[in-house]
Design a protein around this ligand. Sequence first.
Ligand SMILES: Cc1cc2nc3c(=O)[nH]c(=O)nc-3n(C[C@H](O)[C@H](O)[C@H](O)COP(=O)(O)O)c2cc1C
Length: 400
Amino acid sequence: MTSPTAIPATASPQVEFISLSHLNPSTELNPVPSRGIDLPYFRKYVRSLEESGYDYTLLPYGSNSADSFVIASAVGQLTERLRPIVALRPNTTIPQVGAQKLATLDQLTEGRAVVHLISGGNDAEQARHGDYLPKDRRYARTSEYIDLLRRSWSETGPFSHEGEFFKFDDFGPGFRPYGHTIPISIGGQSDAAFQVGGAKADIFSFWGEPLADLRAEIDRVNGIAAAAGRTDRPRIWVTFRPIIAKTDDLAWRKAFDYVTKLEKTYSAGGPPARFLTGAPQNVGSQRALDFAQRAEIYDRALWTRTAAATNAAGASTALVGSPETVAAAILDYVDQGASLVSIRGYDTLADAVDYGQHILPLVRQELAHRAATGQRGTLQDAHPGALTPGFDPAALAGLR
Ligand SMILES: Cc1cc2nc3c(=O)[nH]c(=O)nc-3n(C[C@H](O)[C@H](O)[C@H](O)COP(=O)(O)O)c2cc1C
């Protein structure tokens, strides 16, 4: 029998924290009709992430969003340590130019650049930029793109290429990154995403899933990596939208209040409703909605009502509880092998600061304890959250 203090064999010994950057104070709880950049807010947001101890910030990309490269460059100049993760759709930038832009960002930030390749989960959204390939072909293009990014960063002389999607002559050597390469992450949950990510990505990313499902997906990524002859394995990134308060009861009260507000926001048609209605085409959102349909709560703190309320249009599943319960829930995912944890609240800036103060230190303290003693600490056992027998969140929140 394994000892209750044994560290699971699948556990990651380290974890780094990501939070998506917001450009203005608009939130899904309280939408402000402005799509622009509020510069003082953005500066404050990014600096708060750095001061709060986050390691990375994701700069998302869509056909009507700000440009993720320009924003990443600003993040680099506003911070000393925080690493910008540029969401990049291969249809928007030829690979040699993508490599050049990323290497420039890497030099400007002295080695902090990361790229998150988005193959595109929605045909209509891709068509807005003139991309008419079906999704499987988009992933095949991403696969060729990854090879060309890496060659552009590493080839010491000129090279030519004739592939299915890209053709050029006599390119190179390209502009070099600051370090020897730049980490490449893959977002997406379709079979094609797994094939490309498992075979080629440095990082494979998920939205928050039940633990058993995530474990199976990690095994799948690792199996594909092994079959591709890799000796390393992609790092696993998992994303949540935590809802925290001083106690579990108060957090559940807040969670029910938030979901009412989210339902109001999304039923009113905004924010950008035209991207969000109807059955989603991307498997990531389909999975999130399926989990929501099967159960409202999974494991210690995973709550799916927020996914149902938002049509799972982006990362939407919550972790609900006190900072201790949510930190313990994050450790459950670390135990499954996640080494990158993205947390972004529904109350964006206030939550980023709160997590930095109350969650990051608890998770890091537990990992430091494990490193020092070779054993698990008590945090997970002491804060069972929804694993408590007879757990009823509505009763806890005073709703029944
Ligand atoms: C952590 C994470 C971040 C993502 N960021 C973006 C983004 O910035 N822009 C976007 O269009 N899709 C984003 N996505 C969604 C998918 O990566 C993308 O649409 C993908 O092609 C979905 O297709 P699939 O799930 O069917 O494979 C993200 C997904 C994950 C897991």
